[in-house]
Design a protein around this ligand. Sequence first.
Ligand code: SF4
Ligand code: SF4
Length: 129
Amino acid sequence: MKKTYLFYDEYDVVSKRWFDKMNNIEKKKSELCMSCLECCKWMIFTVPYSVNTLKAFYANQYYLARGCRVVDVGHSRYVQVLVPSICPQLNEDFGCMIYENRPEACRLYDGRKDPFLKNICKWSELEEG
Ligand code: SF4
Ligand code: SF4
């Protein structure tokens, strides 16, 4: 019986360590985001690749003047279209004003995996990689 309690004690210690580690990573991520905020300033769309669509995009002075970009994501069928768009929930001093209730897409987003932002995303500084 005593051994069972010991097992649970050890389990508690290991799980606490794991939760502490996760909390520290989330805290660090949040700090890094505050010094970046870049992914809150773009709308990113994945669209089917076609030469004609690209030609039409680059011929459109309005898109170019607005800072829209097409990013090659290394896929033959899709490209990313980026539209500069600062999220109305973003405050440059305080970050996301709805951070605790931010949309699932924002929670799951990882700039390190985004072809456009992977070289900008500060999460690359995290040890977990
Ligand atoms: S690009 Fe990365 S570090 Fe910057 S705000 Fe987005 S998730 Fe955070
Ligand atoms: S809701 Fe918050 S986390 Fe999501 S894009 Fe806007 S400012 Fe960024």
